[in-house]
Design a protein around this ligand. Structure first.
Ligand SMILES: Cc1cc2nc3c(=O)[nH]c(=O)nc-3n(C[C@H](O)[C@H](O)[C@H](O)COP(=O)(O)OP(=O)(O)OC[C@H]3O[C@@H](n4cnc5c(N)ncnc54)[C@H](O)[C@@H]3O)c2cc1C
Length: 234
């Protein structure tokens, strides 16, 4: 990429150069759009670690202080947003699609840690061996970051509620560049706000969800397939 993304912006820190994609880069066209809109950002930062997310947010803060006005700054996880919010013209997109691990931390309790760049199809696949499910959307390519900060309505919603109803805690990087872990006890207002507020309060890097359990339904007749049902919630 060009070293000089924008002559009026502070120099890109060395740590961000390795994750920077500008309009001359091969990957630019793949990453400058979401499901409905194509943007023309000056720079895309493709984070591979949470430290990259922090460094990116601090860099944007520095630009805003140095140019004394706002520049467009968008968060992008799965890129299946349906508004302009995850892309922009002339600003910066912070993409976290590579932060996409799904880890069952306690199968008995149904606790699952999911990085926000994962997509829901991969989440379902990772939970399947544990007979766990999370109420999410009905389309496997939608991202965890956007859907789980927006609400999350799918075929399980009548039985289990929205996706945001199953968030136990979240890690996010706020506008000051700090990591905050939030739940019902820690920063409860922040916890309330991220469950519906999308990117307004910071970039969520990972969630802990409480998944629901699938149990085998007993049948008196012999069937060539297994029938499962969702264990009652307590
Ligand atoms: C084909 C298709 C099918 C869909 N099906 C469903 C469905 O069944 N149920 C349903 O509820 N919704 C559905 N949606 C809507 C979809 O869930 C939302 O558009 C969601 O925001 C997409 O998330 P994303 O991470 O893929 O999108 P992105 O484009 O990456 O982001 C969308 C929004 O979320 C914000 N955001 C993204 N990541 C983060 C983050 N880590 N922290 C904070 N904010 C973030 C962005 O800034 C932007 O405002 C569908 C959308 C499409 C295009």
């Amino acid at each position: 990429m060009n070293n000089d993304v924008n002559a009026t912006w502070p120099k890109l820190p060395v740590a961000l150069k390795k994750i920077a994609i500008d309009p001359t880069s091969d990957d630019y066209e793949l990453m400058c759009s979401n499901y409905f809109v194509t943007g023309r950002p000056k720079l895309i930062l493709r984070a591979t670690t949470e430290r990259d997310v922090i460094a990116s947010i601090q860099y944007v803060k520095k630009i805003r202080e140095s140019v004394s006005h706002s520049i467009p700054f968008s968060f992008r996880s799965g890129g299946h947003g349906i508004s302009m919010a995850s892309v922009n013209d002339d600003g910066i997109i912070l993409d976290i699609s590579q932060l996409n691990s799904v880890t069952v931390t306690d199968a008995e309790q149904g606790l699952v840690q999911i990085q926000a760049g994962a997509v829901w199809g991969d989440v379902a696949e990772a939970l399947r061996p544990f007979n766990l499910i999370i109420s999410s959307g009905d389309f496997g390519d939608t991202g965890v970051g956007g859907l789980a900060t927006g609400g999350g309505i799918g075929s399980l919603v009548r039985r289990l509620g929205l996706t945001i109803d199953h968030i136990v805690s979240a890690r996010l990087v706020t506008a000051d560049g700090e990591i905050r872990v939030t739940d019902h006890q820690k920063y409860p207002d922040l916890f309330w706000g991220i469950r519906g507020g999308n990117s307004q309060l910071g970039m969520v890097t990972a969630f802990t969800f409480k998944a629901s359990k699938l149990v085998e339904e007993k049948s008196d007749i012999s069937l060539p397939f297994t029938v499962q049902t969702i264990e009652s919630q307590t």
